[in-house]
Design a protein around this ligand. Sequence first.
Ligand SMILES: [Zn+2]
Length: 261
Amino acid sequence: MIVALLLLILGAVYLFWKYPSLRKTWYWLPRKGWVVVTYHHIDTREMSDPQFPFTITPQMFEKHLLFLKQNGYTPISQEETIRTLQTGRSFVQKPVLLTFDDGHADNYTHLFPLLQKYQVPALIFLITDNIGTPGYLTWQQVQEMQKSGLVAFGSHTCSHRRLRDLPEEEIVREITQSKKVLEEKLGVPAVSFCYPFGAGSHDKHVRPHVLKAGYLLDFSTQKGINPWPWKGKKSIKRTSPIAWETLWDYHLQLTRGRNRL
Ligand SMILES: [Zn+2]
Protein backbone atom coordinates (compact mmCIF):
# COMPACT_ATOMS: atom_id res chain seq x y z
CA MET A 1 0.00 0.00 0.00
CA ILE A 2 2.72 2.43 1.07
CA VAL A 3 4.86 1.37 -1.87
CA ALA A 4 1.99 2.00 -4.30
CA LEU A 5 1.41 5.45 -2.82
CA LEU A 6 5.11 6.25 -3.03
CA LEU A 7 5.20 5.16 -6.68
CA LEU A 8 2.16 7.34 -7.41
CA ILE A 9 3.81 10.38 -5.83
CA LEU A 10 7.10 9.71 -7.63
CA GLY A 11 5.19 9.29 -10.90
CA ALA A 12 3.44 12.64 -10.41
CA VAL A 13 6.73 14.37 -9.57
CA TYR A 14 8.31 12.86 -12.69
CA LEU A 15 5.44 14.03 -14.92
CA PHE A 16 5.59 17.57 -13.51
CA TRP A 17 9.35 17.60 -14.06
CA LYS A 18 9.16 16.18 -17.59
CA TYR A 19 6.20 18.28 -18.78
CA PRO A 20 6.34 21.83 -17.37
CA SER A 21 2.96 22.67 -18.97
CA LEU A 22 1.32 20.34 -16.44
CA ARG A 23 2.39 22.74 -13.69
CA LYS A 24 -0.19 25.18 -14.95
CA THR A 25 -3.22 25.54 -12.70
CA TRP A 26 -5.89 25.10 -15.41
CA TYR A 27 -7.13 21.95 -13.65
CA TRP A 28 -7.76 23.82 -10.40
CA LEU A 29 -11.34 24.94 -9.80
CA PRO A 30 -11.81 28.64 -10.61
CA ARG A 31 -12.38 30.84 -7.57
CA LYS A 32 -14.67 33.83 -7.23
CA GLY A 33 -13.55 36.85 -5.26
CA TRP A 34 -11.45 39.96 -5.27
CA VAL A 35 -8.36 39.74 -7.47
CA VAL A 36 -5.46 42.08 -6.76
CA VAL A 37 -2.82 42.10 -9.50
CA THR A 38 0.81 43.00 -8.78
CA TYR A 39 2.82 44.84 -11.41
CA HIS A 40 6.19 46.60 -11.21
CA HIS A 41 7.69 48.06 -14.41
CA ILE A 42 5.55 48.83 -17.45
CA ASP A 43 8.33 49.29 -19.96
CA THR A 44 9.59 48.35 -23.40
CA ARG A 45 12.46 46.09 -22.37
CA GLU A 46 13.01 42.72 -24.04
CA MET A 47 10.14 40.52 -22.88
CA SER A 48 12.12 37.30 -22.70
CA ASP A 49 15.01 38.83 -20.78
CA PRO A 50 15.26 36.70 -17.61
CA GLN A 51 16.76 39.71 -15.84
CA PHE A 52 13.44 41.48 -15.91
CA PRO A 53 10.65 39.06 -14.99
CA PHE A 54 8.64 41.91 -13.49
CA THR A 55 8.64 44.12 -16.58
CA ILE A 56 5.42 43.99 -18.60
CA THR A 57 5.53 45.79 -21.94
CA PRO A 58 2.98 48.57 -22.55
CA GLN A 59 1.58 46.47 -25.43
CA MET A 60 0.99 43.49 -23.14
CA PHE A 61 -0.42 45.68 -20.39
CA GLU A 62 -2.90 47.12 -22.88
CA LYS A 63 -3.90 43.56 -23.76
CA HIS A 64 -4.46 42.91 -20.05
CA LEU A 65 -6.76 45.95 -19.83
CA LEU A 66 -8.75 44.80 -22.88
CA PHE A 67 -8.92 41.26 -21.48
CA LEU A 68 -10.44 42.57 -18.25
CA LYS A 69 -12.97 44.61 -20.19
CA GLN A 70 -13.95 41.82 -22.57
CA ASN A 71 -14.34 39.28 -19.78
CA GLY A 72 -16.61 41.25 -17.48
CA TYR A 73 -14.07 42.25 -14.83
CA THR A 74 -14.51 45.56 -13.01
CA PRO A 75 -11.28 47.44 -12.29
CA ILE A 76 -11.93 49.10 -8.93
CA SER A 77 -10.14 51.89 -7.08
CA GLN A 78 -8.66 52.04 -3.60
CA GLU A 79 -11.61 54.26 -2.67
CA GLU A 80 -14.16 51.66 -3.78
CA THR A 81 -12.29 49.00 -1.79
CA ILE A 82 -12.36 51.12 1.37
CA ARG A 83 -16.07 51.87 0.89
CA THR A 84 -16.77 48.17 0.65
CA LEU A 85 -14.59 47.44 3.67
CA GLN A 86 -16.48 50.00 5.73
CA THR A 87 -20.03 49.18 4.61
CA GLY A 88 -19.62 45.44 4.11
CA ARG A 89 -21.53 45.74 0.85
CA SER A 90 -20.65 45.84 -2.82
CA PHE A 91 -22.51 45.49 -6.08
CA VAL A 92 -19.37 45.24 -8.16
CA GLN A 93 -19.06 42.21 -10.44
CA LYS A 94 -15.68 40.44 -10.67
CA PRO A 95 -13.65 43.17 -8.90
CA VAL A 96 -9.99 43.60 -9.81
CA LEU A 97 -7.55 46.05 -8.26
CA LEU A 98 -4.39 46.83 -10.23
CA THR A 99 -1.38 47.59 -8.00
CA PHE A 100 2.13 48.73 -8.94
CA ASP A 101 5.08 48.25 -6.59
CA ASP A 102 8.10 50.52 -6.07
CA GLY A 103 7.03 53.70 -7.97
CA HIS A 104 9.21 53.35 -11.06
CA ALA A 105 9.45 56.30 -13.46
CA ASP A 106 7.88 54.21 -16.24
CA ASN A 107 4.64 54.24 -14.24
CA TYR A 108 4.32 57.84 -15.40
CA THR A 109 5.66 57.52 -18.95
CA HIS A 110 4.10 54.18 -19.97
CA LEU A 111 1.43 53.25 -17.46
CA PHE A 112 -0.34 56.55 -16.84
CA PRO A 113 -1.28 57.19 -20.52
CA LEU A 114 -2.91 53.74 -20.70
CA LEU A 115 -4.83 54.26 -17.47
CA GLN A 116 -6.14 57.50 -18.96
CA LYS A 117 -6.96 55.93 -22.31
CA TYR A 118 -9.12 53.22 -20.70
CA GLN A 119 -10.13 55.20 -17.58
CA VAL A 120 -8.90 52.43 -15.30
CA PRO A 121 -7.98 53.16 -11.66
CA ALA A 122 -4.71 52.01 -10.09
CA LEU A 123 -2.87 51.96 -6.78
CA ILE A 124 0.89 52.66 -6.76
CA PHE A 125 3.09 51.85 -3.76
CA LEU A 126 5.89 54.36 -3.26
CA ILE A 127 9.24 53.97 -1.51
CA THR A 128 9.34 57.47 -0.04
CA ASP A 129 13.16 57.80 0.16
CA ASN A 130 13.43 56.96 -3.56
CA ILE A 131 10.98 59.52 -4.92
CA GLY A 132 12.81 61.93 -7.22
CA THR A 133 15.91 59.70 -7.50
CA PRO A 134 16.98 58.27 -10.91
CA GLY A 135 14.55 55.68 -12.25
CA TYR A 136 11.77 56.59 -9.84
CA LEU A 137 8.74 58.89 -9.99
CA THR A 138 9.09 62.53 -8.93
CA TRP A 139 6.67 64.25 -6.55
CA GLN A 140 5.45 66.38 -9.46
CA GLN A 141 4.53 63.27 -11.46
CA VAL A 142 2.93 61.69 -8.41
CA GLN A 143 0.82 64.78 -7.79
CA GLU A 144 -0.22 65.03 -11.42
CA MET A 145 -1.36 61.40 -11.44
CA GLN A 146 -3.23 61.92 -8.18
CA LYS A 147 -5.05 64.93 -9.63
CA SER A 148 -6.36 62.80 -12.50
CA GLY A 149 -8.47 60.94 -9.94
CA LEU A 150 -7.37 57.61 -11.43
CA VAL A 151 -4.30 56.89 -9.34
CA ALA A 152 -4.05 56.50 -5.57
CA PHE A 153 -0.77 56.07 -3.71
CA GLY A 154 0.17 53.86 -0.79
CA SER A 155 3.29 53.27 1.26
CA HIS A 156 5.97 50.73 0.36
CA THR A 157 8.04 51.96 3.38
CA CYS A 158 10.83 54.57 3.39
CA SER A 159 13.73 52.39 2.24
CA HIS A 160 12.37 49.04 0.96
CA ARG A 161 14.09 46.77 3.47
CA ARG A 162 12.75 43.46 4.76
CA LEU A 163 10.77 44.64 7.78
CA ARG A 164 10.93 41.31 9.57
CA ASP A 165 14.72 41.58 9.86
CA LEU A 166 14.77 45.09 11.36
CA PRO A 167 14.79 46.15 15.01
CA GLU A 168 11.38 47.15 16.38
CA GLU A 169 11.92 50.92 16.30
CA GLU A 170 13.12 50.75 12.68
CA ILE A 171 10.03 48.76 11.70
CA VAL A 172 7.81 51.41 13.28
CA ARG A 173 9.73 54.22 11.62
CA GLU A 174 9.52 52.64 8.14
CA ILE A 175 5.76 52.26 8.56
CA THR A 176 4.87 55.60 10.19
CA GLN A 177 7.40 57.97 8.60
CA SER A 178 6.51 56.93 5.05
CA LYS A 179 2.82 57.48 5.88
CA LYS A 180 3.55 60.94 7.23
CA VAL A 181 5.57 61.95 4.15
CA LEU A 182 2.86 60.75 1.75
CA GLU A 183 0.16 62.60 3.65
CA GLU A 184 2.15 65.83 3.75
CA LYS A 185 2.86 65.72 0.02
CA LEU A 186 -0.52 64.47 -1.17
CA GLY A 187 -2.91 66.02 1.33
CA VAL A 188 -4.99 62.86 1.75
CA PRO A 189 -4.75 60.01 4.28
CA ALA A 190 -2.37 57.20 3.21
CA VAL A 191 -4.51 54.12 3.85
CA SER A 192 -2.70 51.39 1.91
CA PHE A 193 0.54 49.65 2.82
CA CYS A 194 2.58 47.12 0.85
CA TYR A 195 5.26 44.96 2.53
CA PRO A 196 8.62 45.05 0.69
CA PHE A 197 9.31 41.50 -0.61
CA GLY A 198 6.08 40.53 1.14
CA ALA A 199 8.20 40.06 4.27
CA GLY A 200 6.28 40.61 7.47
CA SER A 201 2.77 40.35 6.05
CA HIS A 202 2.01 37.39 8.30
CA ASP A 203 4.43 38.31 11.06
CA LYS A 204 3.08 38.85 14.57
CA HIS A 205 5.65 41.61 15.10
CA VAL A 206 5.09 43.54 11.89
CA ARG A 207 1.42 43.52 10.85
CA PRO A 208 0.07 44.95 14.15
CA HIS A 209 2.33 47.99 13.68
CA VAL A 210 0.89 48.53 10.20
CA LEU A 211 -2.69 48.43 11.49
CA LYS A 212 -1.85 50.55 14.54
CA ALA A 213 -0.35 53.24 12.28
CA GLY A 214 -3.79 53.66 10.68
CA TYR A 215 -3.48 51.75 7.43
CA LEU A 216 -6.74 50.09 6.36
CA LEU A 217 -5.40 47.84 3.60
CA ASP A 218 -2.15 45.84 3.77
CA PHE A 219 -0.88 44.01 0.69
CA SER A 220 1.31 40.89 0.76
CA THR A 221 3.03 38.93 -2.00
CA GLN A 222 1.21 35.75 -1.06
CA LYS A 223 -0.53 34.36 -4.13
CA GLY A 224 -4.28 33.91 -4.24
CA ILE A 225 -7.74 35.42 -4.55
CA ASN A 226 -9.41 37.31 -1.68
CA PRO A 227 -12.98 37.12 -0.38
CA TRP A 228 -15.26 39.94 -1.52
CA PRO A 229 -16.56 42.15 0.07
CA TRP A 230 -13.19 42.51 1.77
CA LYS A 231 -13.29 42.34 5.58
CA GLY A 232 -9.64 43.20 6.28
CA LYS A 233 -8.94 40.30 8.63
CA LYS A 234 -5.68 39.26 6.97
CA SER A 235 -3.07 40.71 4.64
CA ILE A 236 -4.33 40.94 1.07
CA LYS A 237 -3.21 38.22 -1.35
CA ARG A 238 -2.14 39.16 -4.85
CA THR A 239 -1.42 37.52 -8.16
CA SER A 240 1.64 38.42 -10.16
CA PRO A 241 1.93 38.24 -13.97
CA ILE A 242 5.45 37.68 -15.32
CA ALA A 243 6.99 39.20 -18.46
CA TRP A 244 6.84 36.18 -20.76
CA GLU A 245 3.36 34.96 -19.82
CA THR A 246 0.43 34.84 -22.24
CA LEU A 247 -3.19 35.94 -21.91
CA TRP A 248 -4.06 32.33 -21.07
CA ASP A 249 -1.74 32.70 -18.06
CA TYR A 250 -3.46 35.98 -17.23
CA HIS A 251 -6.81 34.20 -17.28
CA LEU A 252 -5.43 31.60 -14.85
CA GLN A 253 -4.01 34.34 -12.61
CA LEU A 254 -7.43 36.02 -12.47
CA THR A 255 -9.41 32.85 -11.81
CA ARG A 256 -6.96 30.75 -9.74
CA GLY A 257 -4.79 33.44 -8.14
CA ARG A 258 -1.74 31.96 -9.86
CA ASN A 259 -0.99 30.39 -13.21
CA ARG A 260 1.39 27.62 -12.18
CA LEU A 261 2.49 25.59 -9.20
ZN1 LIG B 1 8.94 46.35 -3.76
